[in-house]
Write a new protein. Structure first.
Ligand code: RB5
Length: 145
């Protein structure tokens, strides 16, 4: 199960991504927002991050205007490695090297064609493991004070 969420800035792109996921037969749960009314991105970043951190969902996708605020929110939850990607190479490497478990996208910075390609790469690229596993473990061991 994939978790997906956005604020109002990401609402339109989220509809396109959910259509793509449905076409691909990928199950998802939409954690909101459910309208285009102005709302606060930390709410949705935290909700998706907690669903992934708890194991309820394996991975997540978050969308706001830039992908920045909502990725910052998600990365405050322990065990979350959220990558804000605006190109295909970063989408591949955030999986291969960082084992990113949430992808963040900017609806106001990306065209939908590129955004959907980034989603496809994020969902199909495996983690390389090896030396990267130690580094990811180091990330997960960083404690907030
Ligand atoms: C909302 O206007 C906008 O600030 C938000 O979508 C996001 O871009 C924040 O990082």
């Amino acid at each position: 199960m994939l978790a997906i969420g956005s604020d109002h800035g990401g609402y339109g792109l989220k509809q396109e991504i959910m259509k793509y996921l449905a076409e691909q037969g990928i199950e998802y749960r939409d954690f909101g927002t459910y309208t285009e009314a102005s709302c606060d991105y930390p709410v949705y970043g935290e909700a998706v991050a907690r669903a992934v951190a708890s194991g309820e969902c394996e991975r997540g996708i978050l969308i706001c205007g830039t992908g920045i605020g909502i990725s910052i929110a998600a990365n405050k939850v322990g065990g979350i490695r959220c990558a804000n990607c605006a190109d295909c190479y970063s989408a591949e490497m955030c999986r291969r090297h960082n084992n990113a478990n949430i992808l963040a996208l900017g609806a106001r910075t990306l065209g939908s064609g590129l955004a959907l390609k980034i989603v496809e790469i994020f969902l199909t690229t495996p983690f390389d493991g090896g030396r990267h596993a130690r580094r990811v473990e180091m990330l997960d061991n960083i404690q907030s004070r």
